[in-house]
Design a protein around this ligand. Structure first.
Ligand code: SF4
Length: 300
């Protein structure tokens, strides 16, 4: 082996600037595929194989030498094997990405959920096992309040108490939310509906994982479409991020009227955050006033 070959070998690179392990893998898969394929369906050998060239260099390989014969054979095998195998792998990856945890294609599940009526949606959530959060929940937490609401409050996910009681925003954060709503003459039992992005509790109250939000947010989207509130009040970054499709911090998004499918959206801090960060309560108060003004405009 000359010095150049030794260096290429040390780098794990073959004569066609392919990684040796990929080359070996492709050759093995090609052999298996050929064994599995009836002769009549075997891919035809490329008609342009001669004269063979070193891939990426365009330099003809001389015929007759053992190295040239091996090189040409390998090139033909790789050309024949690589395209269908790589296409097959790409297709498998796409199909896997499009599948949900319960096995249905993601767009098919989403399309089906987007057609459900209120009762069917509640039943679907109650029995949902589309992500791993179903394993540890006590129960799903669908939402609470008026089904002809002026305002829908959207939060993040159930905590321990919500998981136990089956209702969103109970406990200290729930009391603060009720007081915030009361300050602008709203009540969760009369003008408001409250729901979360996730319907099951993440263990240890950890942040929702992106895959969980993807699986579960179709329920929230359907709830909002059926409820058609005058205004959406989104609290906390996960609710805001889902509804606005923005990862900007709450501080950068608050103070403006946004929109979700034609419905005005006001954003603010999550009540649980406000309990730990009292100075931001004054900003939340401004957000509530913006909510009140936007609602007054919608009422005419
Ligand atoms: S969090 Fe949502 S998607 Fe996951 S199991 Fe619960 S209801 Fe289903």
């Amino acid at each position: 082996m000359n010095a150049r070959s030794e260096k290429l070998s040390a780098l794990g690179i073959g004569p066609f600037w392919l990684r040796r392990e990929l080359l070996a893998e492709l050759r093995t898969e090609a052999a298996v595929a050929q064994a599995d394929t009836p002769p009549a369906q075997a891919a035809p050998a490329p008609e342009t194989a001669a004269p063979a060239t070193l891939a990426g260099h365009g330099t003809p390989v001389g015929h007759g030498t053992p190295i040239a014969r091996t090189a040409q054979k390998l090139l033909e095998q790789v050309t024949r094997a690589a395209n269908p195998l790589l296409q097959q792998r790409h297709q498998q990856t796409l199909q896997q990405a499009a599948r949900t945890a319960d096995g249905a294609p993601a767009d098919e599940r989403g399309a089906r959920i987007a057609m459900l009526d209120w009762q069917a949606l509640q039943d679907e959530v109650a029995g949902c096992r589309a992500c791993g959060l179903c394993e540890q929940r006590t129960q799903t937490v669908f939402g609470v309040g008026q089904t002809r609401p002026e305002v829908v409050v959207v939060g993040e996910a159930p905590g321990a108490e919500e998981d136990r009681q089956g209702e969103p925003f109970v406990g200290a954060a729930g009391q603060l939310l009720d007081n915030m709503l009361k300050a602008v003459r709203l009540s969760r039992r009369e003008q408001v509906y409250i729901a979360n992005v996730l319907k099951c509790r993440p263990p240890g109250n950890r942040n929702p994982a992106p895959a969980e939000v993807t699986q579960c947010s179709v329920f929230l989207d359907r709830q909002l479409t059926l409820l058609q509130p005058q205004v959406i009040f989104a609290v906390g970054r996960f609710a805001i991020s889902h509804l606005l499709g923005s990862d900007a911090p709450v501080s950068a998004l608050r103070g403006k009227v946004h929109e979700w499918r034609g419905i005005p959206v006001i954003v603010s801090y999550h009540p649980a955050y406000l309990l730990r960060n009292l100075p931001d309560k004054s900003k939340a108060w401004s957000d509530l006033l913006l909510l009140e003004n936007t609602l007054a405009q919608k009422r005419g």
